[in-house]
Write a protein that binds this ligand. Structure first.
Ligand SMILES: Nc1nc2c(ncn2[C@@H]2O[C@H](COP(=O)(O)OP(=O)(O)OP(=O)(O)O)[C@@H](O)[C@H]2O)c(=O)[nH]1
Ligand SMILES: [Mg+2]
Length: 307
């Protein structure tokens, strides 16, 4: 028994610990955030069927006995139209600077040249794996193989892996591929860390996710959410959040008839936050109008768009 344990220990020690940054890049709506959640095995970052859901670089840390992988979810790559977009693209740039490995992602139903604008903006200098996501959408036999072949021809430099982040198909192949490129290094973060962002950030994101679910047209894109107060009481947490919009008309839409919209938003958001915190929550939502906040440096800084 003792010999067996010693052998196991020696094997463990001879396997060098690996740690590094694996950053996810791609166009909006490719499924980057869905993939990060699948890799971490938990719902950390928000997702939605609408584009431009993710606005920040968000770390998701995977701790295992042999490695620590620090994944980064990033905003979808776009041509900036507002200062907010510029800040989002700065978040992408910061993730480019420290990546050890890039996980590139495109929607497999799109042709290979749809990925060119992203590549031209990225100018990658690190090893990359190209993930073709949403394989579940290609129902006919041979369609996935045909797309993989077309992408291989267009991008011969990279390993290509077709996956479905949503159905978790082939997702388990990603980590062994990544580990080949990950440097031998001690963990960068304490081994119980999950992210670099505080709980408040994730709470504000959960409210924003519900706004993306509940409201249409321009509303989600004109909205920011900030947590004004977070008080931990003995039986529950009391959270006060401010929803920022650009115009009075948007405030009216958020409120809904007789306040029914904001009431519904509160109920749905509270349920999600309680699930996340594993605690009872009292949630209060306030709406503020801040004209042109998406182009205002001071407001952007105040709302957490720091770069
Ligand atoms: N059918 C299908 N849908 C998927 C898959 N992965 C993600 N989606 C859906 O695609 C939409 C976008 O997913 P997200 O993870 O938010 O995409 P994203 O790349 O993070 O988007 P941005 O943050 O806007 O850049 C959501 O409705 C997801 O449920 C998949 O494998 N199959
Ligand atoms: Mg996202």
């Amino acid at each position: 028994m003792l010999i067996k344990i010693t052998v196991l220990l020696l094997q463990h020690m001879s396997q060098a610990f690996r740690s590094g940054f694996v950053n996810i890049f791609g166009p909006p709506n490719a499924g980057k955030s869905t993939l990060m959640n699948a890799l971490l095995g938990e719902q950390l970052v928000i997702t939605s069927p609408k584009v431009q859901t993710t606005r920040h670089r968000i770390l998701g840390i995977l701790n295992e006995p042999e490695y620590q992988i620090i994944f980064s979810d990033t905003p979808g790559i776009i041509e900036p139209k507002y200062k907010l977009h510029e800040k989002m693209m700065k978040q992408v740039k910061s993730a480019l600077e420290d990546a050890d490995v890039a996980l590139l992602m495109n929607d497999i139903t799109l042709p290979p040249d749809s990925f060119l604008p992203v590549l031209n903006l990225l100018r990658l200098k690190v090893p990359a794996i190209l993930l073709l996501n949403k394989t579940d959408l290609l129902k006919e036999k041979g369609q996935v193989a045909a797309q993989v072949a077309a992408y291989k021809e267009a991008y011969p430099k990279w390993e290509i892996l077709p996956v479905s982040a949503q159905k978790k198909t082939e997702v388990n192949k990603i980590i062994p591929m990544v580990l080949k490129y990950l440097p031998e290094a001690p963990p960068f973060y304490p081994e119980d860390s999950i992210s670099d962002r505080p709980v408040r950030f994730f709470v504000s994101e959960l409210i924003r996710e519900q706004i993306y679910q509940q409201y249409q047209d321009e509303i989600p894109y004109h909205t920011a959410v900030i947590i004004q107060a977070f008080e931990e009481k003995t039986t529950l947490d009391v959270i006060k959040a401010e929803i920022i919009v650009s115009r009075e008309t948007q405030k009216m839409i958020l409120l809904g008839k007789g306040g029914s919209g904001i009431k519904q938003l509160g109920i749905k958001s509270r349920a999600k936050i309680e699930e996340f915190l594993q605690r009872k929550v009292h949630l209060e939502l306030f709406i503020k109008v801040r004209p042109k906040w998406r182009d205002n440096e001071n407001y952007l800084r105040e709302y957490g768009y720091n770069l």
